[in-house]
Ligand binder design. Structure first.
Ligand SMILES: [Zn+2]
Ligand SMILES: [Zn+2]
Length: 366
């Protein structure tokens, strides 16, 4: 994952919070973790560089140096909270901005959510994001929570029973924009004035006249505990694609303009937001202040009784969630060292019974 450094005295990691900086497979080690371990052994100094420090770095005592004033370019919020349900994907204000930018022969980048990640859902009637009352995660359209397996009811706010996914795919936005700017819209690589893409396309985008995030809530309220922090970092990267100069803008559309991540985005500083985020992670036992362990076993070897017997006193146990032919339990707590110790004999017992058991520490998508 990380090559030899020779006799480096200093290693700089640029934007260690990006998703690609973490291996998705077990064990889910990040580039930062690997380099920090080697920094102790070899040794050398490490600088983490980026506009939004990661909570992991702050929690583990990194010294944060930030310039005074705004840390990224100006972001304008397009408030959709009063839009009627079922409205179009782009507001009139956003469409006007795209039309003007295109008429001026300047480039627009439109950011949509990535495929492959579980989306959040909102109530069709009142627009509230559906949440699991047991584990607080944003929930899907199903009858059970994909994270903790608890049953899901109608909308907690209005009792509505219909839900729609937040955000839209690239194809749909390209079609919509075709009606606005004709042949001037395409995907990354199409060399059009208006480009629609997702997070992975941001890397090559710069000197943009107008940047648009279609549905910020799809990022900030995604169903995993790091959603808001990841969203802030992503939207700051979007704002940074905009070229300095008059008339150049970054527009973010949201139905919840009062959420803390939007406030931070507008103010241009991340510290107050990250401080509150860390407090809430501590309170609920989420990484980096706490830890998560996911355990998957064959259906025939459900470890429920073993887990509740051995771990109930030291951690919160969430589940079961069916995952194909297996079941998954999630163990969550502020100090999982004791849980890890208690887990060892349980795993030995299960494997002794012939169970195939998979253990994932701090899974990034739960
Ligand atoms: Zn509702
Ligand atoms: Zn849940």
């Amino acid at each position: 994952m990380v090559g030899p450094f020779g006799n480096a005295g200093l290693v700089v990691i640029v934007e260690d919070g990006r998703r690609v900086m973490r291996s998705p497979a077990t064990p889910t080690l990040s580039v930062r973790e690997v380099i920090l371990r080697r920094a102790i052994a070899e040794p050398f100094n490490v600088v983490l560089h980026g506009p939004v420090p990661t909570l992991e770095a702050i929690y583990h005592g990194a010294r944060v140096e930030a310039a005074p004033g705004r840390q990224w370019p100006v972001v304008e919020v397009v408030d959709r909270s009063d839009d009627p349900p079922g409205g179009g994907l782009l507001t009139e204000r956003t469409k006007t901005a795209i039309r003007w930018t295109t008429a001026a022969r300047e480039r627009t980048f439109v950011l949509v959510g990535s495929r492959g990640y579980a989306p959040a859902f909102r109530c069709v009637a009142c627009g509230d994001v559906r949440r699991c009352l047991t584990c607080r995660s944003a929930a899907s359209r199903d009858d059970t929570c994909r994270r903790c397996g608890a049953g899901l009811d109608a909308c907690a706010n209005c009792n509505g029973a219909q839900f729609q996914p937040l955000g839209a795919g690239i194809g749909r936005i390209v079609d919509d924009l075709g009606q606005l700017v004709g042949d001037e819209v395409g995907r990354v690589g199409d060399e059009k004035l208006v480009t629609v893409g997702s997070e992975r396309d941001l890397i090559g985008i710069r000197n943009i006249g107008l940047a648009v995030a279609v549905d910020v809530d799809g990022f900030t309220m995604a169903p995993h505990y790091r959603a808001a922090e990841d969203a802030l970092r992503l939207l700051v990267r979007l704002a940074q694609t905009v070229q300095r100069g008059a008339g150049h803008r970054c527009l973010v559309q949201t139905s919840a303009p009062n959420q803390e991540v939007i406030e931070a985005l507008v103010k241009g500083r991340s510290e107050p937001f990250l401080g509150r985020e860390l407090t809430s992670r501590k309170e609920f036992g989420f990484p980096p202040a706490g830890s998560l362990i996911a355990i998957e076993a064959d259906k025939a070897h459900d470890p429920e009784s073993l887990l509740s017997e051995g771990l109930m006193a030291v951690a919160t146990i969430l589940g079961p969630v069916p995952v194909r032919d297996r079941i998954r339990w999630l163990i969550q707590g502020r100090d999982l060292e004791r849980a890890r110790l208690a887990l060892r004999p349980i795993l030995t017992t299960l494997r002794g019974r012939g169970a195939r058991v998979r253990v994932d520490v701090d899974p990034i998508d739960l």
